[in-house]
Design a protein around this ligand. Sequence first.
Ligand SMILES: [Zn+2]
Length: 274
Amino acid sequence: MDAALGYARRGIAVMPLHTPVNGGCSCSAEHCDNPGKHPRLRHGVHEASRDPVQVRRWWKRWPQANIGLRTGEVMDVCDVDGPLGLKALRDLLGDLPTGPVVRTGAGWHLWFQPSGFGNRVGMLAQVDWRGAGGSIIAPPSLHPTGRRYHWARYSRGYLPPCPAPLLELLRPPPPREPREIIDPGPYAERAVERAVRSILDAPVPKVVAGQYQPGGRNDALNRAAYSLGKLAAQGYLDERRIWTDLTTAARQAGLSDTEIRRTIASGLRAGLGV
Ligand SMILES: [Zn+2]
């Protein structure tokens, strides 16, 4: 609770996440695919708060909750998954900036000033970006490996600006084929909202009377990718936007990045008819 309040005091919106328990997850799903890394709140990062009263209430209820922080406002975070990612970053940037660094389970979180861009998965090998609309897990949260997220370097509030080569990678690329994007209009916007909502509202896996029920998040994601893919095929939506919005929603719903990538790719392919 102290740590969560500390982040909130610095203007960072905080949310309680599930916690790894005995090789599983506090969400009580028998086969949680993202132990200790998904929100305890139904609408995830949208409900994150800087209000100390709210933060206290959450951590009173779940004292062991891992801490999720909303990115894109006070800071963006470069999420490096392992040594390959670190090498890719060094190859791109030369020396790494001297901002705050968190040691995660197998990698590092490099904190930066907000880039103004949203999330980007796989911007380099083993490197993701958490920006506007995204979230990260913060110290002293518990990793499923039993290690705690901790500060490898703490820089007293100084955040380096996002280096130009990274900004270049974050800038949304033009669509793969030069397709004319028709004014999306309220119809396409509503379709995106509906798709996102269906993913957030899909039932999570659980065990009822000793029976494992797989939940419906993957199905919902697949259907969403398919229906938005059809709109993209007609020029109503940009593929990049679909990837961003659906990835964000699916992460909040607690799906793993591998599963998300695979499901969106196949749903989108089917919707686009390619
Ligand atoms: Zn879980």
